[in-house]
Write a protein that binds this ligand. Structure first.
Ligand code: BGC
Length: 269
């Protein structure tokens, strides 16, 4: 069944794929026919469960431990992925975290952790993926492109966020990292794009949705009137990874229920 999927025969690596958005993306890429490397840094059992679920779709999957902010981990992970899957056609640079703190209390450690994983981690993974894309080039029977990178950004690449300066800065950085890579690599037929999720029901933002009061407050920020689900992002990722989006280069696809539409202005202004 999977051989008919839009990603049939392609090899994907998804970082932070043992939970949340990354897990949904990894499962969806597998259902679309790709073999998937499931990266994780903690909770090996969760990663193995994702691997098992992907394999049930009739494709190959492997779990790979690596801290994306550590260069030697990333280099070793790509070597393993390429050895075990044959090559890499798709990178979803998804791994991300929050370490929120009031600005005047923000420790350098919290700043560095968030920038290290969310921004430097995307750089390191993208660099290793690009080396493999260039080495291998376009294989027309597999894809029109030599490779596809999807950077998981956030609405906070454009929406400032008090109490989260480290996180918003990392996502603002992802925006220009993505666009600079897209410009530089398009002539090599490597497509780089981003997805900017809004509020998605995952562990990272549990306090924003796990009580009725919090969910009601969240709804004032979402014109579409519902929280996003990881599958909303996964469907966008499958499309951006597939040849259906072959002419989409350097774009950020906002999947946010309208969160970036300045909902405060629906009555004021
Ligand atoms: C953050 C979430 C937040 C959402 C919308 C995401 O990037 O990780 O915690 O709910 O943006 O503000």
């Amino acid at each position: 069944m999977s051989s008919k999927g839009v990603l049939a025969g392609q090899k994907a690596l998804v970082t932070g794929a043992n939970s949340g958005i990354g897990k949904a993306v990894a499962l969806a890429l597998g259902k679309a026919g790709a073999d998937v490397a499931v990266n994780y840094v903690v909770d090996e059992d969760a990663a193995n469960a994702v691997v098992e679920e992907i394999r049930r779709a009739g494709v190959n999957a492997i779990a790979l431990k690596a801290d994306v902010s550590v260069e030697s981990d990333v280099v070793a992970m790509f070597a393993q992925a390429i050895k075990q899957l044959g090559t890499i056609d798709i990178l979803v640079a998804n791994a991300g975290l929050q370490r929120d703190q009031a600005f005047d209390q923000m420790s350098l450690e919290r700043w560095n952790t968030v920038i290290g994983v969310n921004l430097t981690g995307q750089f390191l993974c993208a660099r290793e993926a690009v080396k493999e894309f260039i080495r291998r080039g376009v294989v027309p029977s597999v894809s029109c492109a030599a490779g596809k990178i999807i950077c998981m950004s956030s609405v906070h690449q454009v929406i400032p966020w008090s109490g989260h300066a480290n996180y918003a800065t990392s996502k603002g950085g992802v925006k220009l990292l993505m666009e600079s890579m897209a410009q530089e690599l398009a002539p090599k037929r490597i497509r780089v794009n981003a997805i900017a999720p809004g509020a998605i029901r995952t562990p990272i933002n549990r306090p924003a949705w796990n009580t009725e009061a919090a969910l009601n407050a969240l709804m004032t920020l979402i014109p579409y009137g519902r929280i996003g689900e990881p599958e909303d992002i996964a469907r966008a990722a499958v499309w951006l990874a597939s040849d259906d989006s072959d002419y989409v280069v350097g774009t950020t696809l906002f999947v946010d229920g309208g969160m970036t539409l300045y909902p405060g202005f629906s009555t004021g202004g």
